[in-house]
Design a protein around this ligand. Structure first.
Ligand code: HEC
Ligand code: HEC
Length: 318
């Protein structure tokens, strides 16, 4: 009996002693390889992104961008440089020559816009012309000639101090983490924001979407059905919404258009309505369907107002 136990123990020990080496070797290589072969495609999976072109511009312009690049590659290279708040810490540390304060005026902003080459990617006068599809790859960024009519007050400054990509496919020069958008210091961002907010579309009507304290239930309900069922808005726009079948809000939707997750914080309701009526005015080279056209299930004025009010309730953090 005792011998048997000893034998079993010995066998067990031998198995343990012998076991690992043959196991360990394949395990190691196995553990080493898959992440590599996985990592390579994900790096390659962003083909044709004009990394080089924009990299220089963004590097010279962005004070704290290292933090904002979610791509593993960029991050691991930049980890040591990781500075916390862009533009806030440096003046105290360097203390050599404190830069002159930048007034938050649109004149100062216009100068920043020119100095930083923002105009190379953004149109500040419009309406623009429709150009052949083959030339659209040259469009580097969304038009800003109507920025003041489009954005909620304060949004451009906030975004520019910490820009995060919100488009998936179009304007792919800013693919998440590959080429971060040039960032600005908080002061620069405020000035640039003031400048952008001074750019208005004189023809865009305002006061179209009522500023309901609480959107009437039937308006909201119809808009939700339009957005989720009748018109496949989220086929192209990522959103965080409560679908009828789920109790809690979920993120879902396509990437052809900019996400609308925080659209209520970003866009003026009147702009959403104006854009839905006539997207070609704001982006003649975009792919947003024209819902006031007969080719689509037409949206009535009421539908458009309801949708604009509904979309303005999207206020999640992206
Ligand atoms: C290399 C091209 C490029 C340069 C240079 C550039 N931008 Fe942009 N910008 C983009 C792209 C692309 C987007 C769209 C980002 C997205 O969709 O995720 C964008 C988005 C924006 C937005 C947000 C627009 C929106 O619809 O919410 C603002 C505001 C903006 N840029 C301002 C600026 C300012 C100010 C500068 C100069 C400091 C600047 N940009 C420089 C390419 C550029
Ligand atoms: C076929 C894809 C597609 C569908 C379907 C679609 N959109 Fe869009 N939408 C886009 C694209 C692409 C843009 C970006 C245009 C641009 O770059 O200015 C856009 C832009 C927008 C914008 C402006 C956002 C911004 O930041 O400029 C709003 C608002 C919007 N869509 C709402 C809707 C609503 C509401 C519906 C449903 C009734 C809808 N979209 C359906 C593709 C789509």
């Amino acid at each position: 009996m005792f011998e048997k136990v000893l034998l079993a123990l010995a066998l067990f020990c031998a198995a343990v002693a012998l076991g690992p080496p043959p196991m360990a070797a394949p395990l190691n290589t196995a553990a080493g390889k898959p992440p590599m072969s996985k990592a390579q495609p994900t790096v390659k999976a962003r083909p044709g992104s004009p990394e080089k072109k924009t990299d220089g511009a963004s590097k010279t312009n962005a004070p704290g961008e290292g933090k904002k690049s979610p791509s593993g590659k960029a991050l691991s290279e930049k980890v040591p440089v990781k500075k916390a708040p862009p533009g806030r810490a440096p003046p105290e540390k360097t203390s050599a020559t404190p830069p002159a304060p930048i007034p938050a005026t649109s004149e100062a902003g216009k100068k920043i816009f020119a100095d930083k080459g923002c105009g190379g990617c953004h149109a500040t006068s419009g309406p623009e012309k429709r150009i052949p599809v083959t030339e659209r790859a040259n469009i580097k960024g969304p038009s800003l000639w109507y920025a003041g009519s489009k954005f909620r007050p304060g949004y451009p400054a906030k975004w520019l101090a910490s820009p995060k990509a919100f488009r998936g496919v179009l304007h792919g020069t800013m693919k998440k983490g590959v080429t971060p958008h040039p960032g600005l210091s908080p002061d620069e961002a405020k000035a640039a924001g003031a400048y952008l907010e001074s750019l208005r579309d004189a023809e865009m009507p305002s006061g179209v979407v009522p500023s309901w304290k609480k959107i009437p239930r039937r308006v909201l309900r119809r808009a939700r059905i339009l957005f989720q069922k009748k018109q496949p808005c989220y086929a192209c726009h990522r959103v965080k919404i409560r679908k009828t079948v789920y109790r809690t809000p979920i993120k879902l939707g396509g990437f052809s258009g900019p996400h609308l997750i925080d659209a209520g914080l970003r866009l003026r309701p009147d702009f959403i309505a104006a854009f839905l009526k006539n997207p070609a005015r704001y982006n003649p080279n975009g792919r947003m369907p024209i819902y006031s056209d007969k080719a689509f299930t037409r949206l009535s004025e009421k539908d458009i107002i309801g949708l604009a009010a509904y979309i303005s309730t999207f206020k999640e953090k992206p």
